[in-house]
Design a protein around this ligand. Structure first.
Ligand code: BT5
Length: 249
Protein backbone atom coordinates (compact mmCIF):
# COMPACT_ATOMS: atom_id res chain seq x y z
CA UNK A 1 0.00 0.00 0.00
CA UNK A 2 1.40 3.47 -0.85
CA UNK A 3 1.95 5.75 2.13
CA UNK A 4 -1.46 6.20 3.67
CA UNK A 5 -2.26 9.85 4.32
CA UNK A 6 -5.24 12.18 4.26
CA UNK A 7 -3.11 15.18 3.25
CA UNK A 8 -4.81 17.56 0.80
CA UNK A 9 -2.61 16.43 -2.11
CA UNK A 10 -3.97 12.90 -1.64
CA UNK A 11 -7.63 13.73 -1.09
CA UNK A 12 -8.39 16.87 -3.13
CA UNK A 13 -7.72 15.28 -6.55
CA UNK A 14 -10.34 12.64 -5.69
CA UNK A 15 -13.09 15.15 -4.89
CA UNK A 16 -15.48 15.87 -7.72
CA UNK A 17 -18.24 17.88 -6.03
CA UNK A 18 -18.69 21.01 -3.97
CA UNK A 19 -18.06 19.39 -0.57
CA UNK A 20 -14.49 19.17 0.65
CA UNK A 21 -13.64 22.75 -0.30
CA UNK A 22 -11.97 24.23 1.57
CA UNK A 23 -10.21 21.15 2.90
CA UNK A 24 -8.75 22.00 6.30
CA UNK A 25 -6.10 19.47 7.28
CA UNK A 26 -3.82 19.00 10.29
CA UNK A 27 -1.68 16.13 11.50
CA UNK A 28 -3.02 16.74 14.98
CA UNK A 29 -5.89 18.70 16.46
CA UNK A 30 -8.08 18.67 19.57
CA UNK A 31 -11.16 17.71 17.59
CA UNK A 32 -12.10 18.27 13.96
CA UNK A 33 -15.41 19.57 15.38
CA UNK A 34 -13.60 22.71 16.53
CA UNK A 35 -11.29 23.12 13.52
CA UNK A 36 -13.87 24.92 11.37
CA UNK A 37 -15.09 28.42 12.23
CA UNK A 38 -16.25 30.85 9.57
CA UNK A 39 -16.14 28.26 6.81
CA UNK A 40 -18.95 27.90 4.26
CA UNK A 41 -21.21 24.88 3.74
CA UNK A 42 -19.23 21.93 2.44
CA UNK A 43 -15.99 22.85 4.21
CA UNK A 44 -14.32 19.77 5.67
CA UNK A 45 -11.81 19.43 8.52
CA UNK A 46 -9.64 16.32 8.78
CA UNK A 47 -6.96 15.31 11.31
CA UNK A 48 -4.69 12.29 11.45
CA UNK A 49 -4.92 12.39 15.24
CA UNK A 50 -7.35 13.96 17.68
CA UNK A 51 -6.22 14.71 21.22
CA UNK A 52 -9.78 15.35 22.46
CA UNK A 53 -12.03 13.53 19.99
CA UNK A 54 -15.68 13.87 20.94
CA UNK A 55 -18.47 11.39 21.05
CA UNK A 56 -21.92 12.48 22.12
CA UNK A 57 -22.90 13.51 25.66
CA UNK A 58 -19.31 14.28 26.64
CA UNK A 59 -18.04 10.82 25.75
CA UNK A 60 -14.59 10.42 24.13
CA UNK A 61 -13.85 9.23 20.59
CA UNK A 62 -10.44 7.62 20.28
CA UNK A 63 -8.27 6.33 17.44
CA UNK A 64 -4.53 5.86 17.01
CA UNK A 65 -2.82 8.39 14.70
CA UNK A 66 -3.30 7.72 11.00
CA UNK A 67 -5.59 4.70 11.39
CA UNK A 68 -9.08 6.13 11.02
CA UNK A 69 -11.06 8.69 9.07
CA UNK A 70 -11.83 11.59 11.42
CA UNK A 71 -13.66 14.41 9.71
CA UNK A 72 -16.15 17.23 10.24
CA UNK A 73 -18.31 18.96 7.64
CA UNK A 74 -20.12 22.31 7.77
CA UNK A 75 -23.80 22.15 6.78
CA UNK A 76 -26.33 24.97 6.54
CA UNK A 77 -29.66 23.13 6.59
CA UNK A 78 -32.65 25.04 5.25
CA UNK A 79 -35.12 26.35 7.85
CA UNK A 80 -37.86 23.98 6.72
CA UNK A 81 -35.81 20.86 7.46
CA UNK A 82 -35.34 19.19 10.83
CA UNK A 83 -31.64 19.36 11.80
CA UNK A 84 -32.13 16.47 14.25
CA UNK A 85 -32.31 14.22 11.16
CA UNK A 86 -28.76 15.07 10.06
CA UNK A 87 -27.07 12.24 12.01
CA UNK A 88 -29.23 9.82 10.03
CA UNK A 89 -28.28 11.49 6.75
CA UNK A 90 -24.59 11.33 7.64
CA UNK A 91 -24.95 7.82 9.06
CA UNK A 92 -26.48 6.65 5.80
CA UNK A 93 -23.61 8.24 3.85
CA UNK A 94 -21.09 6.47 6.09
CA UNK A 95 -22.98 3.17 5.78
CA UNK A 96 -22.99 3.40 1.97
CA UNK A 97 -19.26 4.25 1.88
CA UNK A 98 -18.53 1.32 4.21
CA UNK A 99 -20.61 -1.04 2.06
CA UNK A 100 -18.77 -0.06 -1.10
CA UNK A 101 -15.42 -0.59 0.62
CA UNK A 102 -16.26 -3.92 2.27
CA UNK A 103 -18.79 -5.37 -0.12
CA UNK A 104 -20.85 -6.26 2.94
CA UNK A 105 -24.05 -4.69 4.16
CA UNK A 106 -23.97 -2.10 6.92
CA UNK A 107 -26.78 -1.00 9.21
CA UNK A 108 -27.67 2.19 11.02
CA UNK A 109 -28.30 1.90 14.72
CA UNK A 110 -30.54 4.84 15.50
CA UNK A 111 -29.63 7.58 15.95
CA UNK A 112 -25.96 7.70 15.02
CA UNK A 113 -24.02 4.43 14.80
CA UNK A 114 -22.97 2.52 11.70
CA UNK A 115 -22.83 -1.21 12.30
CA UNK A 116 -21.33 -4.17 10.46
CA UNK A 117 -21.73 -7.68 11.87
CA UNK A 118 -23.36 -6.11 14.96
CA UNK A 119 -20.29 -4.03 15.69
CA UNK A 120 -19.84 -0.28 15.48
CA UNK A 121 -17.53 0.80 12.65
CA UNK A 122 -18.47 4.47 12.60
CA UNK A 123 -20.08 7.08 14.80
CA UNK A 124 -21.69 10.39 13.90
CA UNK A 125 -22.16 13.55 15.93
CA UNK A 126 -24.03 16.71 14.88
CA UNK A 127 -23.48 19.94 16.77
CA UNK A 128 -25.36 23.17 16.10
CA UNK A 129 -23.02 26.13 15.99
CA UNK A 130 -25.62 28.71 16.96
CA UNK A 131 -25.75 30.59 13.66
CA UNK A 132 -27.94 28.05 11.88
CA UNK A 133 -24.99 25.95 10.83
CA UNK A 134 -24.50 22.37 11.93
CA UNK A 135 -21.09 20.72 12.21
CA UNK A 136 -21.41 17.04 11.43
CA UNK A 137 -18.53 14.85 12.61
CA UNK A 138 -17.89 11.33 11.39
CA UNK A 139 -15.39 8.90 12.85
CA UNK A 140 -14.84 5.81 10.70
CA UNK A 141 -12.60 3.00 11.92
CA UNK A 142 -10.43 1.84 9.03
CA UNK A 143 -7.08 0.24 9.80
CA UNK A 144 -7.18 -0.22 13.58
CA UNK A 145 -6.08 -3.63 14.83
CA UNK A 146 -8.35 -5.31 17.40
CA UNK A 147 -6.21 -4.12 20.31
CA UNK A 148 -6.34 -0.54 19.01
CA UNK A 149 -10.12 -0.33 19.40
CA UNK A 150 -11.52 0.90 22.73
CA UNK A 151 -11.91 -2.08 25.06
CA UNK A 152 -14.55 -0.42 27.21
CA UNK A 153 -16.88 0.73 24.43
CA UNK A 154 -20.62 0.51 25.18
CA UNK A 155 -21.26 -0.90 21.71
CA UNK A 156 -18.66 -3.47 20.59
CA UNK A 157 -16.36 -1.74 18.07
CA UNK A 158 -14.86 -2.91 14.78
CA UNK A 159 -12.71 -1.44 12.03
CA UNK A 160 -12.83 -2.31 8.34
CA UNK A 161 -9.54 -4.11 8.98
CA UNK A 162 -10.88 -6.23 11.86
CA UNK A 163 -13.82 -7.18 9.65
CA UNK A 164 -12.03 -8.39 6.53
CA UNK A 165 -8.30 -8.26 7.30
CA UNK A 166 -7.56 -5.78 4.49
CA UNK A 167 -5.54 -2.63 5.15
CA UNK A 168 -6.94 0.24 3.15
CA UNK A 169 -5.76 3.55 1.86
CA UNK A 170 -7.98 6.08 3.59
CA UNK A 171 -7.97 8.88 1.00
CA UNK A 172 -10.34 7.17 -1.49
CA UNK A 173 -12.62 6.19 1.39
CA UNK A 174 -12.78 9.75 2.68
CA UNK A 175 -13.43 11.14 -0.82
CA UNK A 176 -16.21 8.60 -1.29
CA UNK A 177 -17.70 9.52 2.08
CA UNK A 178 -17.64 13.25 1.31
CA UNK A 179 -19.17 12.72 -2.16
CA UNK A 180 -21.87 10.41 -0.80
CA UNK A 181 -22.74 12.83 1.98
CA UNK A 182 -23.02 15.67 -0.55
CA UNK A 183 -25.40 13.62 -2.69
CA UNK A 184 -27.59 12.38 0.18
CA UNK A 185 -27.65 15.79 1.87
CA UNK A 186 -28.80 17.30 -1.44
CA UNK A 187 -31.65 14.77 -1.62
CA UNK A 188 -32.58 15.53 1.99
CA UNK A 189 -32.59 19.29 1.35
CA UNK A 190 -34.98 18.77 -1.54
CA UNK A 191 -37.21 16.05 -0.16
CA UNK A 192 -36.48 15.54 3.54
CA UNK A 193 -36.00 12.12 5.08
CA UNK A 194 -38.70 10.69 2.78
CA UNK A 195 -36.18 10.99 -0.05
CA UNK A 196 -33.72 8.77 1.85
CA UNK A 197 -36.18 6.51 3.55
CA UNK A 198 -35.74 3.52 1.30
CA UNK A 199 -32.03 3.32 2.08
CA UNK A 200 -32.54 4.12 5.74
CA UNK A 201 -35.41 1.72 6.38
CA UNK A 202 -33.54 -1.12 4.71
CA UNK A 203 -30.59 -0.61 7.06
CA UNK A 204 -32.53 -0.13 10.30
CA UNK A 205 -30.46 -2.09 12.82
CA UNK A 206 -32.92 -1.94 15.73
CA UNK A 207 -35.96 -3.11 13.78
CA UNK A 208 -37.26 -6.27 15.42
CA UNK A 209 -34.44 -6.37 17.94
CA UNK A 210 -34.77 -6.58 21.71
CA UNK A 211 -33.91 -3.18 23.10
CA UNK A 212 -33.38 -1.65 26.52
CA UNK A 213 -34.43 1.92 27.11
CA UNK A 214 -34.12 3.56 30.55
CA UNK A 215 -34.37 0.22 32.30
CA UNK A 216 -37.35 -1.04 30.26
CA UNK A 217 -37.16 -3.94 27.84
CA UNK A 218 -38.90 -3.76 24.48
CA UNK A 219 -38.64 -4.35 20.74
CA UNK A 220 -37.44 -1.92 18.11
CA UNK A 221 -40.25 -1.21 15.63
CA UNK A 222 -38.73 1.19 13.11
CA UNK A 223 -37.02 4.45 12.38
CA UNK A 224 -40.03 6.57 11.40
CA UNK A 225 -40.20 8.77 8.36
CA UNK A 226 -39.71 11.80 10.63
CA UNK A 227 -36.44 10.33 11.96
CA UNK A 228 -37.76 9.37 15.39
CA UNK A 229 -37.51 5.81 16.67
CA UNK A 230 -40.63 3.81 17.39
CA UNK A 231 -40.36 1.04 19.96
CA UNK A 232 -42.78 -1.40 21.51
CA UNK A 233 -42.63 -1.69 25.29
CA UNK A 234 -44.91 -4.54 26.31
CA UNK A 235 -47.51 -3.73 23.69
CA UNK A 236 -47.28 0.01 24.28
CA UNK A 237 -45.89 2.04 21.37
CA UNK A 238 -43.39 4.76 22.28
CA UNK A 239 -41.68 7.24 20.00
CA UNK A 240 -38.21 8.47 20.98
CA UNK A 241 -36.80 11.83 19.90
CA UNK A 242 -33.26 11.14 20.98
CA UNK A 243 -31.32 9.18 23.54
CA UNK A 244 -29.74 5.88 24.17
CA UNK A 245 -31.06 2.52 23.14
CA UNK A 246 -29.15 -0.58 24.07
CA UNK A 247 -29.66 -3.86 22.29
CA UNK A 248 -29.24 -7.52 23.04
CA UNK A 249 -26.23 -8.90 21.25
C1 BT5 B 1 -20.31 8.83 18.53
O1 BT5 B 1 -20.55 9.12 19.85
O2 BT5 B 1 -20.41 7.74 18.03
C2 BT5 B 1 -19.86 10.03 17.72
C3 BT5 B 1 -18.43 9.90 17.32
C4 BT5 B 1 -18.00 11.02 16.42
C5 BT5 B 1 -16.51 11.01 16.23
C6 BT5 B 1 -16.07 11.99 15.19
S1 BT5 B 1 -14.38 11.82 14.81
C7 BT5 B 1 -14.41 13.27 13.88
C8 BT5 B 1 -15.26 14.26 14.65
N1 BT5 B 1 -14.45 14.97 15.62
C9 BT5 B 1 -14.79 14.66 16.87
O3 BT5 B 1 -14.24 15.12 17.89
N2 BT5 B 1 -15.82 13.78 16.87
C10 BT5 B 1 -16.24 13.47 15.52
P1 BT5 B 1 -21.12 8.08 20.92
O4 BT5 B 1 -22.27 7.33 20.38
O5 BT5 B 1 -21.29 8.89 22.15
O6 BT5 B 1 -19.96 7.06 21.10
C11 BT5 B 1 -18.90 7.32 21.99
C12 BT5 B 1 -18.55 6.00 22.65
O7 BT5 B 1 -17.99 5.13 21.66
C13 BT5 B 1 -17.48 6.16 23.72
O8 BT5 B 1 -18.04 6.18 24.99
C14 BT5 B 1 -16.59 4.93 23.53
O9 BT5 B 1 -17.03 3.89 24.39
C15 BT5 B 1 -16.86 4.46 22.13
N3 BT5 B 1 -15.76 4.73 21.22
C16 BT5 B 1 -14.73 5.61 21.32
N4 BT5 B 1 -13.95 5.56 20.25
C17 BT5 B 1 -14.47 4.61 19.44
C18 BT5 B 1 -14.10 4.07 18.19
N5 BT5 B 1 -13.03 4.52 17.54
N6 BT5 B 1 -14.88 3.09 17.65
C19 BT5 B 1 -15.98 2.63 18.29
N7 BT5 B 1 -16.39 3.09 19.50
C20 BT5 B 1 -15.63 4.08 20.05
Amino acid sequence: MPEDSLAPERVEPLLSGRFGRPYVYALRCDSTQTALDEQPEGAVAVCEEQTAGRGRLGRPWTAPPGAAVLCSIVLEPPADREPAQLPLVAGLAAAEAVERALNLSAQIKWPNDVMVNRRKVAGVIAEASGDGRVIVGIGLNVNQKPEELPADARVAPASLYTIDGIRRERAPLLAELIGTLERLYGLWREGGLDALYEGLGARDFLRGRRVFVNGSVGTGVAIRRDGRLEIDLDGERRVLESGEVEFER
